[in-house]
Design a protein around this ligand. Structure first.
Ligand SMILES: [Zn+2]
Length: 97
C-alpha cells in the first residue's frame, strides 16, 4: 500500500514537472519574441535617426521633470527623486530650464 502511494506520488510529480516544463517553454518563447521585437525596434529607431537625425523635440522631458518638481521632488542629479520638503532648489532649476 505504501509503495503504491509512493508510485502515485511520483506519477503526480512527473505530471507537475511536465506542466512546468511546458510553462517554462512558453515563457522562453515569449522572451525570445520580446528580444526579437526589441532588436527590430532598435533597428527601426537607428534607421529613423539616420534619416531624420536625433530628435530635437525634448519638451516631453522638460514637462516630465517639471511635473516631478511640482510634485515636490528633486530633479537635479545629486538628489534626484528625493523629496524637496517644500524647499526650492537652484540645481533643479538648471535642469528644468
Ligand atoms: Zn534639486
Amino acid at each position: 500500500m505504501r509503495q503504491e502511494q509512493l508510485l502515485n506520488y511520483i506519477v503526480q510529480l512527473e505530471e507537475k514537472l511536465s506542466m512546468m516544463d511546458k510553462d517554462l517553454n512558453e515563457v522562453k518563447h515569449a522572451v525570445v519574441d520580446l528580444i526579437e521585437e526589441n532588436i527590430t525596434l532598435q533597428k527601426q529607431l537607428e534607421h529613423y535617426q539616420n534619416v531624420h537625425g536625433e530628435p530635437h523635440d525634448t519638451s516631453y522631458k522638460d514637462n516630465t521633470l517639471q511635473n516631478l518638481y511640482d510634485e515636490g521632488f528633486h530633479v537635479c542629479s545629486t538628489l534626484f527623486a528625493s523629496p524637496r520638503n517644500g524647499e526650492a532648489c537652484i540645481f533643479c532649476g538648471e535642469f528644468i530650464n
